[in-house]
Design a protein around this ligand. Sequence first.
Ligand SMILES: Cc1cc2nc3c(=O)[nH]c(=O)nc-3n(C[C@H](O)[C@H](O)[C@H](O)COP(=O)(O)OP(=O)(O)OC[C@H]3O[C@@H](n4cnc5c(N)ncnc54)[C@H](O)[C@@H]3O)c2cc1C
Length: 416
Amino acid sequence: MSISAERYDLAICGGGLVGASLALAVGQLGLSVVLIEALPFGAVSQPSFDDRTTALSNGSRRIFEALGVWPLLERDATPIKRIHVSDQGRFGFTRINADEQHLNALGYVITNRVMGAALWQRLTREPIRLIAPARVVAMALQEEVRSIRYTSEDGSEQSVNARLVVAADGAQSSVRESAGVRAESWDYEQVALVTNVFTQRFHEHVAYERFTESGPLALLPMSDGRMGVIWTFKPELASSMRECSDLEFLASLQSAFGFRLGRFTRVGARQLYPLRLTRSDEHIAERLAIVGNAAQALHPIAGQGFNLGLRDAASLAEVLADAQQEGMDAFDSGDGLWLQRYSQWRASDRSNIVRFTDGLVRLFTQPFGPAKILRDVGMLAFDLMPTAKDALSRLSLGAAGRVPRLARGAPLKHAP
Ligand SMILES: Cc1cc2nc3c(=O)[nH]c(=O)nc-3n(C[C@H](O)[C@H](O)[C@H](O)COP(=O)(O)OP(=O)(O)OC[C@H]3O[C@@H](n4cnc5c(N)ncnc54)[C@H](O)[C@@H]3O)c2cc1C
């Protein structure tokens, strides 16, 4: 590797939703930052910035406000006023209301493409070095830095050095792997079908989560009156649901969801996402921090993956802000002490969310036996138990456990 490589405080590998957000957050600290992303800006193939809809928690909204991204999103973000949870063919259902929680909205629905465009627009205005398209191909630990080698579009190889490298390169993270951090992965043997539909009746800002015979179905209200659909199937059924005619698909959806929104009138392009739970053994290694899907990729049943990844980014930025203030001139962004703090913080948030998400998947994909009874009783009892409901809505709001300052609307740096 080149010995004359440029040296940075931070090198972020992967400019998806989480890596791009982290770059904006640490940009506020005056650190020298380089972001390396494999795909060109605005590429259709960019996995983070596709046509999926994401349910953003209020905590995530506040983080985006602090990063100056929210004003670019607000027009396209649909507030969720109510969440309606039901089980096909059963009488139990539950509702969570924004009013009951004394909130304007329980969260906001936004397409990933709009979020991606807003993040990149903000990034290009920051003194952050953006290298894209370029793929990180190797990493080595040297004295006081990690050295990263990347290949550009023309095939040329170059390198940069950083005191701290951040793996933000998604669930199959090669950066995590080359640092020797293992990840366990569990195949749910389920595939999410993602699309959007037009409905006869306006959604009134209600998000629906329905447990159908084929698997969980989420309908999220969108800004132009459409509903974003995320419907989980066994792999063999998922392909036929993507390939069938629009009319057949709409009829199946109608029969699984019912007529709360009147008739489903039109459906957009359908895409499939195989679902796995991937979890890295650690959040850190020497001079390395792991964030977003590179640390954990979740089932989308509870809409927690990006919200959790964004808290990774906000927490890492906060730990670095505090370390910078404590360390003064001797500050080293890759110091093991700061990384330990980041790791401890993230371990508890992640284990809460993984347990919650994974528990929901198991509870709602077991067709028979005690799980079914628990589900029916649970949904009825749940509606009558404000504490359990509050706990769920706190998780949905991204407000459980220690909350990063940015997610509380506080500045990243303490006043000196
Ligand atoms: C169907 C579905 C619905 C979802 N709905 C929600 C929801 O409602 N709410 C929610 O919070 N979450 C949701 N999620 C989860 C959310 O989409 C992810 O958590 C989020 O996209 C992860 O972002 P990321 O930046 O960590 O990873 P990624 O999106 O995987 O981005 C990784 C980036 O790294 C780049 N990269 C990879 N390798 C390299 C390399 N070697 N060199 C340089 N760059 C590299 C890639 O090009 C990519 O841009 C959903 C997920 C699915 C599948």
